[in-house]
Write a protein that binds this ligand. Structure first.
Ligand SMILES: [Zn+2]
Length: 260
């Protein structure tokens, strides 16, 4: 009987060793662009009830006097307010839109000046001095000139987020450029499962994954409210394996790890 029990224990140990999931901690960053109303109305209450925080890349033109108290509350609750310029300049090829906001008409000087003024606006909202940045329309150039290195030397911005695809899982932190951090714009995604699949990929590879959201349950490039909620539920349920941090917190963490 004792022998059988021992055999059973050994067998159990072996099975456990084979079925154990990789215990590497994954980092997930939830980012929301353009200071949209649906983020205040839908995404934030969901984040709050899940006890999770995100990073909000605010476009200054959407930060109206009426919304400033709300954004101030967002910051007080541990979320990050981040820089997405004042006027969100992008290349305009259609002939529509305000030519003043056409990034083709910008210079490195005018974009850096605008990023600096956005820092001042955000300081007036939350009192913070250290900022992260997301390139408008994920364009790295204005007026045909790449401004990444000018932004780097300006000292205005600590870390910056770029675009990417559903394979944008960051695992090599030694070669990661802090001003070119990839993300996945979950555009066209309709289900929670599709969002969770990205998280699972990050868990398997043991790295960092950054979501780029726009509207949540409204506005444009919309992620359905239910899909967003299902993602947050999954993140909460797997809190032992997944750390959800703001963009700045996550980058601080992986940058420190790089030097050890
Ligand atoms: Zn944007």
């Amino acid at each position: 009987m004792r022998k059988i029990l021992l055999l059973f224990l050994l067998l159990n140990l072996t099975i456990n060793a084979y079925t154990q999931q990789p215990t590497k901690k994954a980092i997930i960053v939830l980012t929301y662009d353009d200071a949209l109303q649906s983020q205040l109305k839908v995404a934030l209450p969901q984040l709050e009830s899940a006890h999770l925080n995100g990073t909000f890349f605010l476009a200054g033109y959407n930060v109206t006097p009426a919304s400033i108290p709300a954004w101030r509350e967002v910051a007080k609750k541990g979320n990050e307010l981040a820089n997405h310029t004042l006027y969100h300049p992008c290349i305009i090829t259609t002939g529509k839109g305000n030519p003043a906001n056409n990034s083709a008409n910008y210079t490195v000087y005018t974009i850096l000046r605008e990023i600096s003024e956005t820092n001042n606006l955000l300081y007036a909202v939350d009192g913070k001095t250290s900022r992260t940045f997301a390139y408008p329309c994920t364009e790295l150039a204005v007026g045909g000139v790449n401004y990444v290195d000018s932004l780097r030397t300006s000292g205005l911005i600590k870390y910056a987020r770029i675009g990417g695809n559903a394979d944008a899982v960051i695992t090599d932190f030694k070669t990661l450029d802090p001003l070119l951090v990839p993300s996945w714009a979950a555009v066209g995604v309709t289900t929670g499962d599709e969002l969770i699949a990205f998280v699972k990929k990050v868990q398997q590879r043991g790295g960092m994954g950054v979501f780029m959201f726009h509207g949540v349950g409204g506005d444009y490039l919309t992620t359905p409210a239910l899909a967003h909620k299902q993602l947050l539920t999954y993140l909460r349920q797997h809190a032992n394996e997944i750390e959800v941090l703001t963009f700045q917190q996550a980058m601080d963490k992986v940058s420190q790890a790089k030097h050890h």
